[in-house]
Structures are given as structure tokens and as C-alpha cells.
Design a protein around this ligand. Structure first.
Ligand SMILES: [Zn+2]
Length: 270
């Protein structure tokens, strides 16, 4: 085999192993395994939360913290039903006290955060918070973090950006963790957004949250006033006809929402 042929074979092999299929059947570029994305995200999460904790900005309002945790614990129980191997994940949710920031995210492996600004500036109901977190959990379930890390690592811009991914001087991360930290700041593709919308509304309905709140959530998101546009919209670009698509899903979600079966709860660590 000539070196050139060998290179072609190797490239083909890389291509074959690095494309996977998402839950809705879409092909994904995968240069990072999910296991790698999860371990890198664990490090990125710890490094992101620690300085905020030292500044007293994590979980410092017991009422909001309990509200968010109660909702998320019901959603995670449903996520594990949908994807049983995620029972092994170290799921975690933190409330970041930042009244100006309308944002929430989930890293690979179920490491999540929501900013108080999303709740206060949207005047979000429990049902709307459930739609946000359900949507975020689906990004993690569908391996979108690894997909964005792959994009970050596959581009020159990404490689340069990975070096400056941390907002805070003095916070050093390994390359993969930096890519994981960067991944939550990169926009999802519209295909990934549609996937998270579709699965998120179902997860929330099965957890006992009104699917109609998915529609009002995005209406509110589009109307936020004062303090600049929601950060959430820069990382979650709108698929075409998002609200119409969600609206059209409502009838088939209502039976899950109206079910009288008990709603399981997954106890998250403190
Ligand atoms: Zn999204």
C-alpha cells in the first residue's frame, strides 16, 4: 500500500468512526467520543462553577434553588427512562445568581446550570422552566456537546478559541475541558435545535409539565426587554417555524401531561 493510499484508508476510517447518528436520525460529526466529552465536561463544569461559588453566586436563594431542583429531578427521571444508560451520569444542576443573564445550559453527562435572569426576566412559570431544562437535557442526551466540541476542534478558529475558552484569568483547563467549556457558548445547529425542541417537550410532558408552555416560553424569549437580548437565543438559534412546530406537537403531548400515573423523581446530589 502506498503512503497515499494508506492516508486515504485512514481518512476514510476516521470518517466512518467519527460520524454517528442522532436520536432523530441525523448524521453527526464526532471527533470526540461521548465518554471523552463527559469527562471533559466534568472538569469544565467544576472550573466554571467554583469561582462563582466563591463569589456567593451559586444556589444562594433557597426558594429558587428548591423550585429549580424539584423540576429538574422530575425531568432527569424521565431522561433516564428515555436513555437508561444515563442513570450512570453524575447529573447536577446549579442556579447561578445573575439577574441580567437569560440563559441555561447542559454539558455532556448532565451537568446543568440556569441563570436567575431567565426566571426573573421571563417571569417564567414552573412549566416554562421545565421546557427550558427539558430542552437542555435533550442537548445532553443527544450528545450535542460532543458534536460542538468536535466542531470546535475541527476548525482552526476553534483551536485558537479553545485556548481562550475560560472567561477567567488563572483558570487553566486541559484542551478537551476548554473545548467543553467553549461548547456551551457555541450556537447549536438548527437541526440540533429541532431535535432538542422535539424531545424536550415530550420529556417535560412526561414529567408532568404543560406542553403549551413550550410555546409561551419562546414567545416570552422573543419579547424580553431591557438588559439586552437573551443570551439563550445566541446559543439556541431559532429553527424555522419553531413555535408552529411546537404548537403542532401539543395535542400528542397532552395525554402524557394529563396522565394520572405517579411522576418519578431522581434525587440530585446537593
Ligand atoms: Zn437548544
Amino acid at each position: 500500500m502506498t503512503p497515499r493510499t494508506l492516508t486515504s484508508v485512514l481518512l476514510l476510517a476516521v470518517f466512518l468512526v467519527s460520524c454517528t447518528t442522532s436520536p432523530t436520525g441525523r448524521r453527526q460529526l464526532m471527533l470526540v467520543s461521548e465518554g471523552k466529552a463527559i469527562s471533559a465536561s466534568k472538569e469544565a463544569y467544576a472550573q466554571t462553577i467554583k469561582p462563582l461559588e466563591e463569589e456567593g453566586k451559586i444556589d444562594n436563594d433557597p426558594v429558587i434553588t428548591k423550585r429549580v431542583r424539584d423540576i429538574t429531578e422530575r425531568l432527569v427521571a424521565q431522561a433516564i427512562r428515555m436513555r437508561p444508560d444515563t442513570a450512570n451520569w453524575e447529573w447536577s444542576i446549579k442556579v447561578i445568581d445573575d439577574p441580567d443573564t437569560v440563559n441555561a445550559w447542559a454539558m455532556a453527562g448532565g451537568k446543568m446550570a440556569i441563570y436567575t435572569g431567565l426566571i426573573s426576566r421571563l417571569d417564567a412559570t414552573d412549566h416554562e422552566i421545565a421546557q427550558v431544562m427539558g430542552h437542555e437535557i435533550c442537548h445532553a442526551l443527544a450528545n450535542h456537546t460532543a458534536e460542538k466540541m468536535s466542531v470546535a476542534m475541527a476548525t482552526t478558529v476553534g483551536v485558537l478559541a479553545v485556548g481562550v475558552a475560560s472567561d477567567r484569568p488563572g483558570v487553566a483547563m486541559t484542551g478537551a475541558a476548554a473545548a467543553a467549556a467553549l461548547a456551551i457558548k457555541l450556537p447549536n445547529s438548527r437541526a440540533a435545535e429541532s431535535e432538542a425542541d422535539r424531545i424536550g417537550i415530550e420529556l417535560a410532558a412526561k414529567a408532568g409539565y404543560d406542553p403549551r408552555a413550550a410555546v409561551t416560553l419562546w414567545e416570552k424569549m422573543g419579547k424580553v426587554s431591557g438588559g439586552g437580548p437573551p443570551q439563550f437565543l445566541s446559543t439556541h438559534p431559532a429553527p424555522d417555524n419553531r413555535r408552529q412546530t411546537l404548537q403542532s406537537l401539543v395535542p400528542q403531548m397532552m395525554p402524557y401531561y394529563q396522565s394520572t400515573e405517579p411522576r418519578p423523581v431522581y434525587k440530585l446530589p446537593e
